[in-house]
Design a protein around this ligand. Sequence first.
Ligand code: UD1
Ligand code: CA
Length: 454
Amino acid sequence: MSERSCLSIILAAGEGTRMKSAKPKVLHQIGGLALVAHVARAANKAGGGDLALVIGHGADEVRKAAARFAPAPEIFVQEQRLGTGHAVLAARAAIERGHDDILVMFGDTPLIEADALRAARERLAKGAAVAVVGFRPADPAGYGRLIEKDGKLVAIREEKDASPAEKKIGFCNGGLMAISGSHALSLLDRVGNANAKGEYYLTDIVEIATRDGLHVVATEASAESVLGINNRAELAEAEAIWQRRRRREAMLSGVTLIAPETVHFSHDTEIGQDTLVEPNVWFGPGVKIASGVTVHAFSHIEGATVASGSEVGPFARLRPGADLQEKAKVGNFCEVKKATVEKGAKVNHLTYIGDARVGAGANIGAGTITCNYDGFGKHFTDIGAGAFIGSNSSLVAPLTLGDGAYVASGSVITEDVEADALAFGRARQKTIPGKGRELRERFAAAAAAKKKAG
Ligand code: UD1
Ligand code: CA
């Protein structure tokens, strides 16, 4: 099959308004990736070849988003929303280039799996002119029904055009179709709009092909894989299904999830073998976690890289540009942003490290803050290897602390500290013997006088 050339057409013109959103429907996300990008990915994975995206008039946001897909699709505009058959023909120029297989998909059906697309293409390779991906929904209302005769698919009847008997059919059109490239244009060009909706139905090619004596087949996919998104409740449902799949994939690849249903993945999350993820962890986009890492409960991680043997959390926040090298530790209530925590360094409690390097083996005491922002610009703090920063210190950037530097607790450090030096950045302590008792007695007397007077 791999020698067969393929064109994948994703239909994404025609906006429902049920999302109640200023954003085009297909740009809403699951796992942090646009719905239409999920479809493009599945097509790609199924060897979908050239990618064509059909967008509506003025859908500049979709056009812009699609330009960032890898590979970027060729964009076609369907000026008027005249139906799915009409939409496919918006990509006529691409179809005319000649491909063995043409896959048609919907941009709002993000859970399709490459396997279903491959199965449909395989049927073309075996001689079918059209292969329709069917499914059996719990409630078939609203879907096109697959009409079979003598075990052969002969037509698809849309809900509004179906007879009462046809409406009883439970096998429905999932909206994915594989069409033989050599027949596609001849079939599509004969689709008319004499139906209840007055639309050019892509689904009509089944009947046309059957009349031509061509071989038409239906394959079957799971109902969840052809779930179409029309509102935010369905968006959340798709997210849940996608997360469940993704967690399973992670566990089967050797990641331990203690309470998988509480861990949120992004489309590009990478986690190595023997990493343990405790409950209630959020992986935003751009996270790469190596093997043998422990991510403790309630950590929020995005745009971060974590090397093997490291420990994160509980309640840690790793923001974009956080780079934890081998066996680093970032503990509870710590935030790390755009900073490298080198090998074996420890940032254990209640700390903010931003725009910084924490050298190998350094120890950052509780409550340490890198003061990286002066209201206008961000500045860098460079902490040398083996440095020790006493608790509750403020490191005012730009600042360089040499290897082995030692900062006394409670310091405000504004000047560079050379290697192995000890820096105090706080007032010297003054202790006055007996003064504590004197003060207490004075306050007690004042309080008694006030009580008597009142
Ligand atoms: C379609 C199928 C139906 C199937 C169902 C599965 C047709 C005629 N019907 O119905 O058999 O059971 O999907 O969910 O194909 N689009 C365009 N331009 C248009 C019209 C639609 O790009 O002019 C795009 C839409 O953005 C959407 C997709 O095509 O992504 C499907 O269109 P929609 O109107 O939702 O079709 P359904 O009525 O749901
Ligand atoms: Ca639909």
